[in-house]
Write a protein that binds this ligand. Structure first.
Ligand SMILES: *Cc1c(COP(=O)(O)O)cnc(C)c1O
Length: 398
């Protein structure tokens, strides 16, 4: 495959021509059950009629006007996000990394506005992923992503995952807050416990620190609640959203309490495209469904069902699957074989998944799947496991 694209991705040699719900059809006519959902983006699956309708309608009105003017669609979307969450104010962007950038800037500026500009450092966790801009690779701290790009942006102090004492020990007079994904995505589907988040909230309150959640992957219903942190009953001061918010249309958002956003005054930040009418219209259409009657409860129920099926698979194939992790419809299978081999075997059975760190294969289905899709996915995973287990069994029998 030669291509004029930067060769930065290990792409599967597959292109799709048709999508409907949780299903994709490849150029050669093969059908795939999409349990990757464009990396947790397609919250409502492919070509959801309500989103298609919203996008078509928005396409007949001005697509873009810039933030030099009022954008009623963005105002309404912001209001709905605030009603659904802890937030009082929203800044719209176009991607997850930009949403996290805005969250970092908001946290730093809060302390500057309080007359403490020296408090700019954020405590982060090993295994984190916050995006690929210069600030967010520094926040993530993954050496592979930092290498060759010059000195990392200063101001991030990384501690081991879930290590509360390490957080306490890392706090200095320069600490602005703590940044984490309530459920780590790229890092391998590790879930911060409710007890940990509760303790962290109390610690932040006691020390005047801001608690910042990167819910770019786990937010917007994926965890079975609108924000994943609702599981713990813990609200952050600032949160980043993106992936699922646009259901495939690029939109991100930085949510904040009024207090935490006190430094984000006139001229403090900006985005040309952020919250334009097209993006805000599609985001609103996603919320129509995700915040609709019973939707999140259904995600939680289907998630529990899928978890049970995956646990059975783990019991049946302990040499292949080491652990099932996750919440809602956001699962990771930690595999005992290379995760890439597992994903390839699943793809050969017509099931699309996404790799993560810590040798994990992610299952991130559209939130609109039904019991039949779950049964189909599990049957395909089971076939993949049988294939992968077969050679080892032959060796054992010999
Ligand atoms: C994907 C992701 C990002 C980055 O989002 P982009 O849209 O790729 O910039 C940031 N944080 C988390 C938790 C993510 O999963």
């Amino acid at each position: 495959m030669t291509s004029a694209l930067f060769p930065t991705y290990a792409r599967a040699d597959l292109a799709f021509t048709r999508g409907e719900g949780a299903w994709l059809t490849a150029e050669n006519g093969d059908r795939y059950l999409d349990f990757g959902a464009g990396v947790a983006v397609l919250s409502l699956g492919h070509n959801h009629p309500h989103l298609v309708e919203a996008l078509k309608r928005a396409a007949e009105s001005p697509w873009h006007v810039s933030n030099l003017y009022r954008i009623p669609q963005a105002e309404r979307l912001a209001e709905r996000l605030c009603t659904a969450t802890f937030a009082d104010l929203v800044f719209f962007v176009n991607s997850g990394a930009e949403a996290v950038e805005c969250a970092i800037k908001t946290a730093r500026k809060y302390h500057a506005a309080n007359g403490q500009p020296e408090r700019y450092r954020l405590i982060t966790f090993e295994g984190a992923f916050h995006g690929r801009t210069l600030a967010t690779i520094a926040a993530g701290g993954n050496a592979k992503y930092l290498e060759g790009f010059g000195p990392p942006l200063e101001g991030f102090d990384q501690v081991p995952f879930g290590d509360f004492e390490a957080v306490e020990a890392a706090i200095t007079n320069e600490t602005a807050g703590v940044l984490l994904e309530p459920i780590q995505g790229e890092g391998g589907l590790r879930v911060f416990s409710a007890a940990f988040l509760t303790k962290l909230r109390a610690l932040c309150d006691a020390r005047g620190l801001l608690l910042v959640f990167d819910e770019v992957q786990c937010g917007v219903g994926r965890a079975g609640t609108f924000l994943a942190c609702e599981h713990a009953g813990v609200a952050p001061d600032i949160a980043a959203l993106a992936k699922g918010l646009g259901g495939g249309f690029p939109i991100g958002a930085c949510l904040s309490t009024r207090e935490a956003a006190k430094g984000m005054t006139l001229g403090a930040h900006g985005s040309t495209f952020g919250g334009n009418p097209l993006a805000a219209s599609v985001g609103a259409a996603v919320l129509d469904i995700v915040l609709g009657e019973g939707f999140l409860a259904r995600v939680a129920r289907l998630g529990a069902l899928l978890r049970q099926r995956l646990a059975e698979l783990e019991d049946r194939y302990p040499a292949i699957i080491e652990e099932v992790r996750g919440e809602g419809l956001m699962f990771g299978l930690k595999t005992r074989i290379p995760n890439g081999d597992f994903a390839a075997a699943a793809r050969a059975q017509g099931l699309l998944t996404v790799l993560a760190g810590d040798n994990v294969v992610r299952l991130l289905p559209p939130l609109i799947i039904d019991e039949a899709d779950i049964a189909e996915a599990v049957s395909r995973l089971s076939a993949a496991c049988a294939r992968l287990a077969a050679p080892a069994e032959k060796v054992g029998a010999a």
